[in-house]
Design a protein around this ligand. Structure first.
Ligand SMILES: [Fe+2]
Ligand SMILES: [Fe+2]
Length: 301
């Protein structure tokens, strides 16, 4: 195996406009399964701050890119991530209307990305570059998991079988498909500007620990504050069970993804299917609704 991308897997990246209407989405959008619902709902809390942080870091790294195609990919990636952040943000007022105010948790997430992982008062030079490269490597590790989750949700037929809300599924699959589509950008950028193996391994450990910590905290927060649950709890056992049932990723699949990222032969193009992602994006109801809304304006020109 080599860690070069398959050339046919490269597609020009554009931020697709989307439009979601949340009025009809129930609180437990996986019927009768608040644990699955809230575990996935954590995405709406983590992603807006996380993806805006990606954009903030990538704008700083643009001057270090010496390859025009990679630069175009990074600019496309920035556009897609900014759109994702906004789409997940728009779910939050709907959660508040249903009695779930996520502000105490999002305040912690904002602190994490803006303060802990934000710009530090460093003099220009080696220290500043070190901190930028560290964050570029962290993003590559996080994107290993966004692509993993994107690939998972595109294939999570069990959510359809359980009657999950179609609007929420479309948000997750539109986002997941774009994560699969742009899954190589963060790793290619890291390889281009640094690519050190020790840095890759170290930042993977940090990213993995932070994701597990923030995710379980977010699920506990939602379960504890869900107004319809008397004693809402979250546990690893529940997560494992849902993984076996197929409504959440399987724990074994998650664990097997670890050595893949740490392999010296790793390249994200080996994970997921661009063809499947692009096919979903061509049929996503939210993307089609946004196109239909644009059509009258275009016709008037
Ligand atoms: Fe994203
Ligand atoms: Fe992404």
């Amino acid at each position: 195996m080599s860690n070069k991308p398959a050339p046919e897997d490269r597609v020009p990246l554009t931020a697709r406009k989307v439009s979601f209407a949340w009025e009809g989405t129930p609180l437990h959008w996986v019927p009768g399964d608040p644990f699955t619902t809230h575990t996935i709902n954590v995405l709406h809390l983590l992603l807006p701050a996380g993806e805006r942080w990606f954009v903030h870091v990538y704008k700083q790294v643009l001057p270090y890119i010496r390859d025009e195609r990679l630069r175009a990919d990074v600019i496309g990636f920035i556009g897609q991530e900014a759109t994702h952040a906004q789409a997940h943000d728009e779910v939050l007022p709907h959660l508040r209307e249903q009695g779930l105010d996520p502000t105490p948790y999002t305040a912690q997430v904002d602190w994490f990305f803006e303060r802990l992982l934000g710009d530090r008062a460093l003099p220009p030079g080696r220290a500043r570059r070190w901190w930028l490269m560290e964050r570029v490597a962290l993003i590559a590790a996080i994107e290993h998991y966004t692509a993993f989750l994107g690939n998972w949700v595109l294939n999570a037929g069990e959510l359809d079988r359980r009657g999950a809300d179609p609007t929420m599924l479309d948000l997750l699959r539109w986002h997941g498909a774009e994560e699969v589509e742009h899954r190589s950008v963060a790793f290619d950028l890291f390889t281009h500007v640094d690519g050190g193996y020790r840095r890759r391994a170290r930042t993977w450990a940090t990213a993995f620990a932070a994701l597990v910590f923030l995710w379980q905290r977010g699920t506990r927060f939602f379960m504890a504050n869900d107004p319809t649950l008397v004693d809402g709890r979250a546990s690893l056992r529940e997560f494992y069970r849902r993984g076996r049932q197929g409504t959440l990723p399987a724990t074994g699949d998650l664990l097997r993804s670890v050595p893949r990222y740490l392999s010296r032969a790793y390249h994200p193009s080996q994970e997921g299917s661009t063809e499947q992602a692009v096919a979903y994006l061509a049929s996503s109801p939210a993307a089609l609704a946004a196109l239909a809304a644009l059509a009258p304006e275009e016709g008037a020109r």
